[in-house]
Write a protein that binds this ligand. Structure first.
Ligand code: PLP
Length: 384
């Protein structure tokens, strides 16, 4: 079939070989592997052969990743820590907050990823009280629920941009406004949005933001980042640390703790060098493809999915409204493992959380992919 190069996927799909074998519509778990990320890994091996022990060059690659992330989220480079995972970034951040202090409460939405809940509950050992903000019966968390939970004792509010379980998008700007009115800090987990829609730390109004590159940024496992607003950096002294967080990495001094004056103080040991190559390639590729155009394209595909699912009488858990949803669309299933397996048997890759089938389109997906998913769901109506 001729490829229509006037469409976004028509221009780029050939760069993702997985589509020769399968319909890949699971970018909420992991992005598809592109030719440029594959080449980046090859370059990592070639450089190793070429230079032997190219440490200084690798440090240069780390800085290239920092710069790519800063450009992506409208931060400055000295506000970005490059970490091995979201968990590592949030743990370093938590270790840098003083507990017990004047404020001892951390407020979490019930839509957080496990790592976020677990790290803040771990701080209970340090005197923190954790309060959860529950969802309504309709699966949303209105701002009033945050207003009820956030008070003058609140040190930090952790809020996810789009929930990995149900695709629900939270009003992060609204939560940040309420938190700041009470003098609390705001941490946003944007892993389910970076790369799928424009993320701007200034317009979100957050103090900290974490995400990784594995999903809509088309990178690989082993690389994430933490944004910390410049004026907060030096107020935080992480005790989860390492030599790459030091003021002078190559000083090699074992007699003191002298963290970097920049957000690099949230880093730790030897950087994850291979995924750094992949991350730079993935972020550059996503920017070349166009993140705003991708958001629009995926909205259209999700509109088709919503229409088709409605016709099938399925329960769509994710809202249709743009301000309440991102790329991830979730559908209730009576036996989600069987449904994922039925799709897999037809060469379609999806995933699940709780009782929800997760379908997550990205720049490379087409209306034909959506139709292929809907055809399998129609043949398996009993599982909806
Ligand atoms: C919203 C969200 N946060 C965090 C993570 C994982 O973070 P980490 O890099 O610590 O594995 C994921 C994904 O797997 C996620 O979807």
């Amino acid at each position: 079939m001729a490829v229509d190069v006037s469409t976004l996927p028509g221009r780029i799909r050939h760069r993702f070989p997985v589509f020769e074998e399968r319909v890949y519509i699971n970018s909420c778990s992991q992005g598809a592997l592109s030719d440029s990320v594959r080449d980046a890994y090859r370059r990592y091996l070639d450089d190793w052969d070429l230079y032997g022990a190219p440490w200084e060059y690798w440090v240069g690659q780390l800085e290239a990743a920092r710069s790519a992330v800063a450009g992506l989220i409208n931060a400055d480079e000295d506000e970005v820590a490059v970490t091995t995972s979201v968990s590592a970034g949030v743990s370093a951040l938590a270790s840098g907050l003083r507990f017990p202090g004047e404020r001892d409460k951390v407020v979490l939405s019930n839509f957080e990823f496990p790592t976020i809940g677990q790290i803040w509950h771990a701080q209970e050992r340090r005197g923190v009280r954790v309060e959860h903000v529950p969802a309504e019966a309709d699966g949303t968390i209105p701002l009033e629920r945050f207003e009820e939970a956030i008070d003058e004792q609140t040190a930090l509010v952790a809020v996810t941009h789009v929930c990995f379980r149900n695709g629900s998008r939270l009003d992060v700007e609204g939560v940040a406004r309420i938190a700041h009115e009470h003098g609390a800090l705001v941490l946003v987990d944007a892993y389910q949005t970076v790369g799928s829609l424009p993320v701007d730390v200034r317009s979100l109004g957050c103090d900290f933001l974490v995400a990784g590159v594995l999903k809509y940024l088309l990178g690989s496992a082993g690389l994430a980042f933490l944004f910390c607003r410049r004026d907060l950096v030096q107020t935080l002294e992480p005790t989860a640390t390492g030599w790459f967080a030091d003021r002078d990495i190559f000083e090699m001094d074992i007699h003191d703790y002298s963290p970097s004056p920049t957000a690099r103080r949230f880093e730790a040991g030897t950087p994850s060098v291979p995924p750094i190559y992949a991350a730079v390639a993935g972020i550059e590729l996503m920017q070349e493809i166009g993140i705003a155009e991708t958001e629009q394209h995926v909205r259209e595909l999700n509109g088709l999915l919503h229409d088709g699912l409605e016709e099938l009488g399925a329960t769509v858990v994710t809202s249709r409204e743009p301000e309440r949803s991102g790329a991830l669309l979730c559908v209730r299933s009576s036996d989600v493992d069987a449904l994922v397996a039925a799709l897999d048997a037809e060469g379609i890759v999806t995933s699940s959380r709780d009782d929800n089938l997760r379908i997550s389109a990205h720049c490379y997906n087409t209306a034909e992919d959506v139709k292929a998913v809907l055809d399998v769901l129609a043949a398996n109506r009993t599982l909806l």
